[in-house]
Design a protein around this ligand. Structure first.
Ligand SMILES: NC(=O)c1ccc[n+]([C@@H]2O[C@H](COP(=O)([O-])OP(=O)(O)OC[C@H]3O[C@@H](n4cnc5c(N)ncnc54)[C@H](O)[C@@H]3O)[C@@H](O)[C@H]2O)c1
Length: 273
């Protein structure tokens, strides 16, 4: 019998969708979240309410699993103390569980790990992390945790630098960053099914012509996005953020939160990039 897959953040927006769609494809799922699961638990799945801070319970939940889809934790910008437990300590619990089980990890990373790169700049995998807050910093930490656990322990992992994963794009920035639900589902399935993963980093965006993101490890897993934000251009292209800081940087509105450089920064400040 195929081993089950553990999905954290199952009660969240993306977790609910993955739980429903993967269960419908016959994947045996263990679902977990600190919040109750808001839907009927799909057939073939179970749900356990748990805090990512509770390492013992995470180890128990991962027992016998072949993969951990790690979608739980703080998912927007928050004060450092609030990010610390779920996103840093919790991530460590996930990787220790994966190491013990010989499971692979699919980590929901974020564009906010590179959010202070300029819009319009095309990034490859070798771009620097430029987190746009404590949340984005926790995602950079998560990707580096994956690097460490592959290099040192052979724990395979895929780090999905998700752009904006919503049913439809809602503003002009998402002409570059949108990831459709079906493209995310196919991406996650490709990560769980690929014969070999190693330490992979993949830009989580649909086939948007306006994308800022180029080379990654998608060939390794045989994934190609199929949807395209251009289909929504007429309804979103005029929806532009009022802040110049948001318009200038890939992380958009997250860059503005608690921003305390002079606005706009002096031109010569960027020569120090
Ligand atoms: N939706 C996007 O566009 C997007 C973009 C980039 C990255 N991501 C990442 O994808 C993942 C899922 O995103 P989402 O939009 O579904 O977010 P979400 O906030 O809807 O879901 C996150 C879930 O994590 C759970 N959680 C929070 N703290 C927890 C804790 N201490 N213990 C256990 N569970 C806890 C929450 O209850 C929530 O259900 C997140 O890691 C997010 O950072 C999402």
């Amino acid at each position: 019998m195929t081993k089950p897959i553990l999905l954290t953040g199952a009660s969240g927006a993306l977790g609910r969708m993955l739980a429903r769609e993967m269960a419908a494809q016959g994947v045996a799922l263990r679902l977990t979240d600190i919040a109750p699961f808001p839907d009927a638990v799909p057939e073939g799945a179970s749900f356990t309410k748990a805090d990512l801070n509770d390492g013992v319970t995470i180890l128990r939940l991962a027992e016998g699993c072949r993969a951990i889809l790690h979608f739980g934790g703080v998912s927007v910008e928050q004060p450092f103390e609030d990010v610390l437990g779920p996103n840093l300590r919790g991530l460590h619990h996930i990787y220790e569980a994966a190491r013990r089980e010989g499971a692979r990890v699919v980590f929901a990373s974020s564009n906010h790990s590179i959010g202070f790169h300029r819009q319009g700049e095309t990034l490859d995998l070798d771009c620097q992390f430029r987190p746009d807050g404590f949340y984005g910093l926790s995602k950079a930490y998560g990707e580096l945790m994956g690097r460490l656990y592959w290099d040192k322990h052979g724990v395979e992992n895929a780090n999905l630098r998700i752009g904006s994963c919503l049913p439809a794009p809602v503003d002009a920035r998402m002409l570059s960053t949108w990831l459709s639900y079906p493209d995310l589902l196919r991406l996650v399935m490709a990560c769980t099914d690929a014969p070999r993963l190693g330490h992979a980093v993949i830009w989580g965006a649909s086939a948007n012509p306006g994308s800022w993101w180029a080379r990654d490890h998608r060939e390794r897993i045989g994934w190609a996005p199929q949807d395209n934000a251009e289909d929504f251009r007429a309804t979103i292209e005029k929806k532009i953020h009022p802040s110049e800081v948001a318009r200038r940087h890939q992380g958009g509105a997250f860059c503005v939160i608690d921003y305390s450089r002079p606005t706009p920064p002096p031109v010569d400040a960027f020569s120090l990039d």
